[in-house]
Design a protein around this ligand. Structure first.
Ligand code: C2O
Ligand code: CU
Ligand code: CU
Length: 415
């Protein structure tokens, strides 16, 4: 934008950060050095890592002027996950200022698939955010604050206002990340250009599906391949949310590409739920509670056994007329979406690993939830203002070999 530079926060970068690329099986060491004037934490959204410290939620504060080292092994399939600040209760403000970035996991299965995968050439992350710019182009989170969730009036994609992509190959793969605090994205292209969805939050889809519209809530990720074969050098194709233009795709000349996306991309595991396992009932209430309670850092709301799979029935109790969608997210886990109010889920959420799911007012979504690491993990609404206001709870994943393991849980006073 013309005029003054916007004051922002970022990871090794003035705003957001350069995508980290990891490989399944890799052992990773990361150090976060906090040069900000306040405490922060770094949460690996979508990474199945132990909680609560490596996971990086509220129990892992990093104070100003200090640093923290973590390490973990990547034990999950190829996906776009992400990293964002998660100090309670100022996650929303820190993300608004820029503390979020992509973390791509690659694996051998992806390497074999005939899909675009040259990062920055035919594969692009699209981080979807919106911001409002005040006097001198500055952000003012307090001025924009709304307990129902903060909207911006300007789309800011990969931290760019009015972004464009130079298309130099017939097929382009887009890794969409819902990085907004509140806004959900109803993406579609000009000419209703078809998108072939190939992946969701935490894995490829079992079978690709063709769509002209994709819904992405805060926290969610969806990957699509777009075929620009019917366009020619000089054409422009736009990506919209509703009727708002987000990204311009500027077509250049490209080689013909006849590759076919295979019918099967990935085989998700679908473990049995133990017959004696309870069905978890989780309700998302008003804009600030889970199961009728606000979040407390010292309270464990549920326990589940390590490496067991359980059904969670998650309900948005808002009324139909005035309620909003709540994107429900679980740390450190992946789930399969089984049903919506007893009916089939949407085609692009079947047979794919997810960690965030949009839930409409008066809707109950049944999930099959699996944890492969022990620890304490948060689950919450990913409208970040709802999370900060208390629409968050925590689960302890218990390793039967160490049933009495205690975790150090912070509280607001000791932070
Ligand atoms: Cu994006 Cu608590 O997470
Ligand atoms: Cu998370
Ligand atoms: Cu919510």
């Amino acid at each position: 934008m013309p005029g003054k530079k916007t004051h922002t926060w970022g990871y090794n970068f003035p705003v957001l950060g350069k995508t980290i690329v990891l490989k399944t099986g890799q052992h990773v060491h990361v150090t976060l050095k906090n040069s900000l004037p306040e405490l922060t934490s770094f949460h690996w959204h979508g990474m199945e890592v132990p909680g609560p410290v490596v996971d990086g939620g509220c129990h892992a504060p990093i104070y100003p002027g200090t640093e923290k080292k973590i390490e973990f092994t990547v034990k999950q399939p190829a996906a776009l996950t992400w990293l964002h600040a998660h100090p309670c209760p100022s996650t929303a403000m820190q993300v608004w200022l820029g503390l979020a970035m992509g973390v791509v996991v690659t694996d051998d299965n992806e390497a074999k698939l005939p899909i675009p995968k040259t990062y920055g050439v035919d594969e692009f992350p699209i981080v979807l955010q919106d911001r409002t710019f005040h006097k001198d182009n500055q952000l003012d989170y307090r001025a924009d604050y709304d307990p129902m969730g903060v909207f911006g009036d300007t789309p800011v994609i990969n931290a760019v206002v009015k972004p464009y992509v130079d298309v130099t190959t017939q097929k382009v793969r887009l890794l969409f990340l819902g990085g907004s605090n509140r806004r959900e994205w109803r993406l579609h292209f000009s000419d209703d250009l078809v998108m072939t969805q190939i992946a969701g939050d935490d894995s490829f889809l079992e079978h690709p599906i063709k769509l002209t519209k994709v819904l992405i809530g805060p926290g969610e990720r969806q990957q699509v391949v777009v075929d620009f074969g019917k366009y020619k050098d000089g054409d422009v194709v736009n990506l919209y949310t509703d009727d708002f233009k987000l990204v311009e795709f500027r077509i250049h000349s490209f080689k013909k590409d006849d590759s076919v996306i295979p019918d099967t991309l990935f085989t998700p595991k679908d473990p049995e739920v133990a017959p004696d396992a309870p069905v978890r009932k989780v309700t998302m209430d008003n804009h600030d509670m889970i199961n009728g309670k606000r979040f407390s850092m010292q309270r464990i709301d549920m326990k589940q056994k390590l490496m067991s799979t359980e059904y969670w029935d998650v309900t948005n109790t808002n009324d139909k007329e005035h309620g909003m969608l709540h994107p429900f997210h679980i740390h450190g886990a992946h789930f399969l979406v089984i049903s919506r109010n007893g009916h089939d889920p949407y085609p692009n959420e079947k047979n794919v690993y997810k960690d965030t799911v949009e839930i409409a007012p008066q809707e109950t979504v049944r999930l099959k939830v699996y944890f492969q690491n022990a620890g304490v993990f948060m689950y919450h609404c990913h409208i970040i203002e709802h999370e900060d206001a208390g629409m968050m709870a925590q689960i302890q994943i218990v390793d039967p070999k160490e049933p009495d393991k205690k975790y150090k849980l912070m509280d607001m006073k000791t932070m």
